[in-house]
Ligand binder design. Sequence first.
Ligand code: NDP
Ligand code: MG
Length: 395
Amino acid sequence: MIVPDKGIKLQNMQKRIALFGSTGSIGQQALEVVKSYPELFTIKVLTAHSNADLLIEQSKSFRPNMVVIVDDKHYQKVNEALSGLNIKVFSGERALTEVAAMDHYDIMLAAIVGYAGLASTWAAIQQGKTIALANKETLVVAGDLVSEAVIANKARIIPVDSEHSALFQCLVGENPNHIEKITLTASGGPFLGKKPNFLINVKKDHSLQHPNWTMWAIITIDSASLMNIGLEMIEAKWLFGLRNEQIEVIIHPQSIVHSLVHFQDGSVKAQMGLPDMKLPIQYALAFPERLPNNHKRYELKNFPSLTFEVADTKTFRNLALAKEAMFRGGNAPCVLNAANEIVVEAFLKNKIGFLEMSDIIEKCLETIPFLERPCMDDYVACDTETRKLALTLYK
Ligand code: NDP
Ligand code: MG
């Protein structure tokens, strides 16, 4: 166990965590962080979709008050395995929002993947909670409404996504009005430098080999297609209240500089470190403290050349489509995200090729009627409609 610094007032620091999406990549890394600081963090809620075995194992080890297994096929198994441990077990989608709205935790780590993470994050915002946000789709889909609701309910969002954590760290102590622009960095993924004649034959297994970050299937495909950084532009817009023109992307294959803020006096701040999601997770959970750890350190001498290059949006059209959706605003980012979730799943099942993903997303953006100022029900309907349309475009 890591002994916290003398400066940390344990009494004020103790945080009760609701970990939504505990069985995923971010969820599991978050539990590693929590395990390192048992005096600072306790787990009150764990949730999974269908990975009952891992949820049971995590619950036995971290002893939350409540767990949610969304897929009710697994309810009985989880309930029986946890009987006698004083852990309430719920199932179904509604249980996620009900538990999110409860009073028994201080900080939600929103680590459900995709659009499915929006409802529980939204419920927590309505209760004025602090949210460590990994689920970028919450802001991509409904960033305007989420931003307004955060202010109206005195909620707080602390980013977990590494680029946004970097920007957030660069902005501590700064006046946001002094930002000239931000630069988000992306590794470029496994196909950096490749052209369409190569990508046309790419299969799932090639795309799952990310050069720097260890991530799971969906986000790894999004990184390979540059959709991930496209979604992150939209995420940054809402998180930091930026104009579209203030957001740029640069490819940085070494993934050491995690993003940069350019200020109006010409000064540029960057946050750097080895690519390891445990750092932004730990930072978000402990904020405003920085906790000591023994993660591997970044040494300048081991990376004598850090390189940067402009993204090839002619080849990687998803980034151009995401940028277009960001500039159009309204329901366009919601359409982009829903179409992308469908095509990534289709690609992972070998039903469509790598380049077809962009064709289908583009068609959805052209076809779904534009709404300038959607309400939450409009977003829900738009997500459903887009998924239906995207499915018809390849089946
Ligand atoms: P994973 O796919 O690894 O995990 C997703 C989690 O969500 C699992 O606990 C899964 O449960 C649960 N889940 C899946 N579908 C549903 C659903 N319909 N309803 C409720 N729960 C569901 O995702 P990641 O951990 O990779 O990503 C989580 C979020 O963090 C994403 O928004 C991603 O963009 C973002 N992010 C991820 C990074 C990474 O390095 N992985 C980096 C930065 C951001 P089960 O296991 O039972 O299926
Ligand atoms: Mg990221």
